[in-house]
Design a binder for this molecule. Structure first.
Ligand code: GAP
Length: 433
């Protein structure tokens, strides 16, 4: 049974150490979340897989730009002027909403009261750099990581001797003062993006847009996400961001409905042209093959790390009432813990032998493992199922005699007897990663 209700994911995440509310002891901070030990591992896997998918192609290199940038960046990019949502207030209950998300126009979704006229609300967080808090020291927390790539375009291209087409990939925090954050980690004010900007010759942009759409969809399917829960949504006029000529979202069917997980945008030469104009610096690409100088077009793939992680969690969640268990059926490469070593009982010499097996595997494999001896074996299996551990290794009294253990697979619950000697290679082969 797949998940029908986001609150089930929220409570599992808290119970099992994936995600906690930020500053919980102070009552929490609205829409801010902390990744616990297993969430941090899962997030690392989401990021690592994206990073190698992008940077192991030969024509995409990485970057890690600073969050704070020169304020002119955001004037040039159009964010100071255009990165706004229409804000309305309820005259009765004083709650605030995004006008474009209000179903019955003019009526408060909470109390039915009358709404004010919409006004533009800029989503960028402002802060001050240095000790003086005046307009000259205003800086913004970046609302997208992309601009750090654009202003470094020639630094990267020149230092890495890249020729078009080539890409720059980056993972990092972004901040948006969303009017209505919510739905757990789906829409937050602080989040992480995994963005890749692909620089192409003008005129070749539409071809590359198609290429990246196909690549990105295939990527999610390769992560083990159910293809029936993925689709494209093309932006129509009015939906397009101020920088985009064409845009597609990759949507996932979350328990809250079909929602954007990643945006693929044809940003044309909009950003580089604007930075060239505002900075007065020449950001043209010098094509040594054709001897032409031009501003490249950019195809952007912009994935939310937290949203991808939420999709991965929702997709993996299964209730299995026949076996009285809840399972996170992650693909093995995403699972935060790959292996659990479970001595049948807390008793010597069984425990000592199980520890020995744990230590050997710890040295001979590179996987995250847990050692668990508390509670009945059934309870321990269920605990591992609920955090998505692919394999459990049970050490029983026969193991002391036959030097073999039982390996249980998470989804099928199938068990196999494997000799301790062959265990590292068996596990490597089973996990296949
Ligand atoms: N550089 C282009 C850009 O930022 P976007 O469609 O605004 O495009 C890209 O954002 C992705 O970032 C989204 O598909 C989503 O996964 C993630 N994202 C955007 N706003 C978010 C928020 N408030 N909370 C969590 N993730 C968000």
């Amino acid at each position: 049974m797949p998940v029908d209700d986001l609150s089930k994911i929220v409570s599992l995440c808290k119970r099992r150490g994936f995600i906690f509310q930020s500053s919980e002891v102070y009552g929490g901070l609205n829409s801010c979340w902390d990744y616990g030990p297993l969430g941090a591992e899962l997030k690392r896997n989401v990021k690592d897989l994206w990073w190698s998918e992008m940077t192991r192609r030969g024509n995409i290199v990485g970057l890690d730009a600073s969050i704070l940038m020169h304020p002119k960046v955001w004037e040039a990019s159009g964010h100071v002027e255009n990165f706004t949502d229409p804000l309305v207030d309820c005259k009765k209950c004083k709650q605030r909403f995004r006008e474009d998300k209000v179903e019955v126009k003019g009526k408060c979704p909470a109390c039915g009261g009358e709404l004010t006229e919409a006004r533009s609300f800029n989503l960028m967080f402002k802060t001050f750099m240095g000790p003086i808090e005046d307009s000259a020291s205003v800086v913004y927390l970046r609302p997208e990581t992309a601009q750090g790539i654009y202003v470094n375009f020639l630094n990267v291209q020149g230092s890495m001797r890249q020729k078009l087409p080539f890409g720059i990939a980056q993972i990092g925090k972004a901040f948006r003062n969303e009017i209505t954050p919510g739905n757990f980690i789906f829409r937050t004010r602080e989040f992480e993006q995994m963005e890749m900007q692909f620089f192409v010759k003008p005129g070749e942009d539409e071809k590359w847009m198609e290429y990246w759409k196909e690549q990105r969809m295939a990527y999610y399917v390769g992560l083990g996400i159910d293809a029936n829960k993925l689709r494209f949504h093309q932006h129509v006029k009015g939906e397009l961001a101020h920088y985009a000529k064409d845009a597609y979202d990759i949507e996932y069917e979350f328990p809250i409905g079909w929602q954007e997980m990643e945006g693929i945008h044809n940003r044309t030469d909009f950003d580089l042209k604007r930075h060239m104009h505002t900075s007065g610096k020449n950001l043209m690409y010098n094509d040594e093959v054709t001897n032409e100088k031009y501003i490249p077009y950019i195809i952007e793939t912009s994935a939310g790390c937290d949203r991808s992680l939420l999709a991965v969690l929702c997709d993996a969640y299964r209730e299995d009432p026949a076996n009285e268990r809840t399972v996170l059926s992650f693909s093995y490469k995403l699972a935060p813990i790959k292996l659990a070593i479970l001595p049948l009982m807390k008793k010597e010499p069984l425990e000592g032998y199980a520890r020995e097996i744990y230590d050997t595997l710890f040295k001979s494999t590179k996987y995250n493992m847990q050692y668990d001896v508390t509670g009945s074996i059934g309870k321990r299996y269920r605990r591992q199922d609920e955090i998505g551990t692919p394999l459990c290794v049970t050490v029983d009294f026969d193991s002391l005699e036959d030097k073999a253990v039982t390996v249980r697979e998470r989804d099928s619950m199938a068990q196999e007897r494997i000799s301790v000697e062959n265990l590292p290679s068996y596990i490597n082969q089973k996990l296949g990663i």
